[in-house]
Design a protein around this ligand. Structure first.
Ligand code: G16
Length: 543
């Protein structure tokens, strides 16, 4: 077997977004496209002799081909060993778990997360560092810079490696070990949670429904919820991972997880519903006919963390992305622990967790997690809720309402305008920026603008600065409107509009969020000229 050096030309569009490089499959299938990016990763990290790499993806279309290419390139770059998930599959939190458990040098994760899969749909790749988390911006920028000047890549000339059977094989001088990451991940969950309390809850007739959305978490959910916790087999639906996610959009929200939503809002509804996304890191939590916003979920997990064995002695601090509601800030204040506000993207939590400053983190984009790994973790969030319900012996809705009664309610919603022409989306943001001088002090309906800015973050650990992370209109009563462009789409541009108002009055907590926020929704449309500029009257998705 020989190492080939293949001449190539740079591509100009390999800048990683919020979470790695995401493009349509045919784009990735262009000659040398994937190879260029992988070479750029390897050129940007100093691979020490004897290093091990973790490798796996969410199983979407093109996963298998990509895994073989990356294995052969790893073998040409001095890795001693690659740990691959069986069938080339690893959920994103399981990949993080594997990197940490086996002390690998880093990992490559193949996923376009919640985006659809299939021959004409999305694919993605990202690099995670030795802490198990997404590479920080300085690394992704180095990868991008390298991708713009690359002229060759190295790859081992070898037959494909068998990936379906557990065990060791040899690829040139490198070992390939196919591992059962489901067991590693399930073992970690068993260490964190009170499995016997959850088992007793499920045995008592508490009925759950978990929708794996034909995506990567099916086998993990079966192993944990059914095999280890004793839930009936039909508690997990859409549990077989498919390359095209059954033609669905594996994004666990009220729009795309409608099959589960219909069950949880229907007759004979289970007591608890949950879903996770394409790569298993996002989560949606539902009670019987009741939706828990991700921002509330983070706050409630933080407030109840000591009921969970892993956090019995308390949490060091919490962090949330800027557009996430400030519900968790109120819990942090009550617990007298720090609360950090970061830009959108899990990579910004890594330094804080590594420094021991925060234990729990979350984002409005259906991501919640803790320092047990360095990715957000869908099943972990489900187990948090089951553990809390098992100890409190209350319904999900009762727990949320009790939380609002104690802390007040941060009424929250996100409106997404997906797949807009890029110029229209940029125009909306520019139009808002152009008003930064005139908006502060002005009155919009019954709201007064206190300030507006483009969010900028200075990492308290390494001092790195991230600018232009979303436009904020902050009102004098603490309400706010945020506009941000998505960094994960592959189809035009997506404008996200985030709305938040604080409601201390328990008598008003029963209001529907869209009703409670209706005036702010109108104001947001007017101040941004969103509808005229986008040509859309309504958002694509409301969460
Ligand atoms: C990724 C990141 C998340 C982030 C989300 C935002 O999620 O991992 O930390 O909150 O993107 O997406 P957007 O830029 O579209 O608002 P995922 O689940 O796609 O990896």
């Amino acid at each position: 077997m020989s190492i080939l050096t293949i001449p190539t030309q740079p591509f100009s569009d390999q800048k990683p977004g919020t979470s790695g490089l995401r493009k349509k499959v045919p784009h990735f299938q262009q000659q040398h496209y994937l190879q260029n990016f992988v070479q750029s990763i390897f050129d940007s990290i100093d691979v020490p002799a004897g290093a091990t790499l973790a490798l796996g993806g969410d199983g979407r279309y093109y996963n298998r081909e990509a895994i073989q290419i990356i294995l052969k390139m790893a073998a040409a770059h001095g890795f001693a060993k690659v740990l691959v998930g069986q069938g080339g599959i690893l959920s994103t939190p399981a990949a993080s778990c594997v990197i940490r458990k086996f002390n690998t040098y880093g990992g490559i994760i193949l996923s376009a997360s919640h985006n659809p899969g299939g021959p004409a749909e999305d694919f993605g790749i990202k690099y995670n560092t030795a802490n198990g988390g997404p590479a920080p911006e300085k690394v992704t920028e180095a990868i991008y810079a390298r991708s713009r000047e690359i002229s060759q890549y190295r790859i081992l000339d070898a037959p494909d490696v068998a990936l379906d059977v557990l065990g060791l094989s040899q690829l040139g001088d490198m070992q390939v070990e196919v591992i059962d990451a489901v067991a590693d991940y399930a073992d970690l969950m068993a260490e964190l949670f009170d499995f016997s309390a959850i088992r007793a809850l499920l045995a008592s007739g508490f009925r759950i429904k978990f929708d794996a959305m034909h995506a990567v978490n099916g086998p993990y959910a079966r192993e944990i919820l059914v095999n280890r916790l004793g839930a009936p087999a039909d508690s997990v639906m859409n549990a077989v991972p498919l390359e095209d996610f059954g033609g669905g959009h594996p994004d666990p929200n009220l729009t795309y997880a409608h099959e589960l939503v219909d069950i949880v809002y229907g007759e004979h509804a289970p007591d608890f519903g949950a879903a996770s996304d394409g790569d298993g890191d996002r989560n949606m939590i539902l009670g019987q006919r009741f939706f828990v916003t991700p921002s509330d979920s983070l706050a409630i997990i933080a407030a109840n963390a000591t009921l969970i064995p892993a956090y019995r002695n308390g949490i060091a601090g919490v962090a949330r992305s800027m557009p996430t509601s400030a519900a968790v800030d109120r819990v942090a204040a009550a617990l007298n622990i720090p609360c950090y506000e970061t830009p959108t993207g899990w990579k910004f939590f890594g330094n804080l967790m590594d420094a021991g400053k925060v234990t729990l983190c979350g984002e409005e984009s259906f991501g919640t997690g803790s320092s047990h790994v360095r990715e957000k973790d869908g099943l972990w969030a489900v187990l948090c809720w089951l553990n809390i319900v098992a100890v409190r012996q209350q319904s999900v809705e009762a727990i949320v309402r009790a939380h609002w009664a104690e802390y007040g309610r941060n009424v929250y919603s996100r409106h997404d305008y997906e797949a807009l022409p890029t110029e229209a989306a940029n125009g909306i943001m520019q139009h808002l920026r152009a008003q930064f001088g005139t908006l502060p002090g002005s009155t919009l309906g019954s709201y007064q603008v206190a300030s507006c800015d483009d969010f900028s973050y200075t990492d308290p650990i390494d001092g790195s600065i991230s600018k232009a992370q979303g436009i904020r209109l902050l009102f004098t009563d603490g309400s706010r409107i945020v506009f941000r462009l998505s960094g994960t789409g592959t189809d035009g541009a997506t404008v996200r509009l985030y709305l938040e108002a604080y409601e201390p009055d328990a008598a008003r907590h029963c209001l529907d969020a869209q009703d409670a926020l209706s005036e702010m929704i109108l104001i947001a449309g007017q101040v941004s000229e969103l509808h005229a500029r986008s040509g859309r009257e309504q958002p694509t998705v409301i969460t």
